[in-house]
Design a protein. Structure first.
Length: 102
């Protein structure tokens, strides 16, 4: 996960204002890692990304751009995806075998 945070930090350095791309990055992470049993991991990823993004958005000028509450409101307005499990292995239809006796 540390490598993912490093990559997000590097991306935010150049693209911190691109909300739609951030939403795509989060969606892609949830789709890949959002399996049953990993809900804590994707929540930690979301929290880490939000801290990194908040820090980079506040480095755009000499004054703070957002308070934490203002940042949370911005994420709500732009509908930033909250972490969710997208794949539940126990719900998949099981393979049915047919046995033919000769």
């Amino acid at each position: 996960m540390q490598r993912a945070f490093t990559e997000i930090t590097e991306w935010c350095r150049e693209n911190r204002h691109q909300v739609e791309t951030m939403k795509q990055k989060l969606r892609g992470h949830y789709n890949y890692y959002g399996i049953a049993g990993n809900s804590e991991g994707i929540r930690q990823f979301f929290d880490g990304v939000m801290r990194i993004w908040y820090r980079w958005l506040n480095q755009r000028s000499q004054h703070r751009s957002y308070t934490w509450n203002g940042f949370k409101e911005m994420t709500r307005l732009y509908e930033i995806l909250r972490p969710k499990v997208v794949e539940q292995w126990w719900i998949k239809p099981s393979v049915q075998y047919s046995l033919e006796f000769v």
